[in-house]
Design a protein around this ligand. Structure first.
Ligand code: B1M
Length: 211
């Protein structure tokens, strides 16, 4: 029987053919889809996150690992939905208005998905009111904002203020990230969390979801 470690290793190695094959073998041998997710896929992406943080893996390798994760997820997703397995919660994420940078945001999305969250990615250059609208449409507990420009950092505060001003979204926690940001800046604009990298974004989101 295929093993969880084999799946984790395929993801770390970025082998999308192998990750799909191992996930399928595990499913065929009767292993529960959430166990495959929790014991194979997530540990694999955890290692990727840690190595990326430690500069032992670089962006292209992380993207290739994410592709392998998605290949395995293609097998698991229908089964997870069927079995009613719940994710760790829904995160809405986007790059703020005026900002087109999305490489970092996409890494955060991949790590969050690999970490077991349901992610609604609304793209780049997102108007402030769209964050509020989408938060209402989806059952969102945490919102992630990304900004790479010093000129778009202040837009994050506008989004946070707009969420706080609306009765339906005022309690949603916001986590912010992007190269020019700091913990101090995040605090000064009223964000509930700050993550300097994609791996920390998963940890911070987990904390905010459970708080
Ligand atoms: Co632009 N750009 N860019 N750019 N660009 C920077 C950011 C810049 C620092 C380059 C420079 O001048 N040295 C500079 C900003 C200067 C400033 O604001 N002070 C800059 C500029 C000026 C511009 C333009 C204005 C250039 C122009 O047109 N004159 C223009 C603006 C367009 C716009 O957004 N309106 C522009 C355009 C572009 C491209 C389109 C060409 C391209 C973006 C392509 C894309 O994203 N699809 C681009 C790129 C690639 C860069 C650099 C080179 C790389 C950014 C990147 O992807 N880094 C960048 C210079 C640099 O950083 N060396 C630069 C890799 C990525 C993995 O890191 O995004 O930091 P990062 O994400 C990290 C963390 O920050 C964190 O996790 C990620 C993974 O660890 N993180 C989060 C990010 N978001 C998070 C959200 C979270 C949590 C963590 O929670 C939700």
């Amino acid at each position: 029987m295929a093993k969880y470690q084999e799946l984790a290793d395929a993801i770390i190695a970025g082998d999308n053919v192998k990750s799909k094959e191992v996930a399928q073998k595990l499913v065929d041998s009767g292993v529960d889809s959430s166990d495959i997710l929790n014991e194979g896929l997530m540990p694999g992406m955890n290692v990727v996150g840690k190595r990326f943080k430690a500069n032992e893996m670089y962006i292209p390798e992380v993207l290739i690992a994410a592709r392998a994760m998605h290949a395995a997820m293609d097998i698991l997703k229908p089964l997870l939905t069927e079995s009613g397995a719940t994710s760790k919660g829904t995160v809405l994420i986007g790059t703020v208005a005026g900002d087109l940078h999305d490489i970092g945001k996409n890494l955060v999305v991949m790590m969050l998905e690999g970490g077991g969250f349901n992610v609604v990615d609304i793209g780049v250059d997102v108007p402030n009111e769209k964050f509020v609208e989408e938060a209402k449409k989806n059952d969102v507990k945490v919102i992630g904002l990304s900004a790479l420009l010093t000129t778009t950092m202040p837009v994050m505060k506008e989004v946070i203020d707009a969420l706080k001003a609306d009765q339906d979204t005022k309690d949603i926690k916001v986590v912010v990230g992007g190269a020019p940001l700091t913990q101090e800046y995040a605090e000064s604009i009223g964000a509930a969390g700050y993550a300097p990298d994609a791996s920390t974004a998963v940890d911070v989101t987990e904390e905010l979801m459970s708080s």
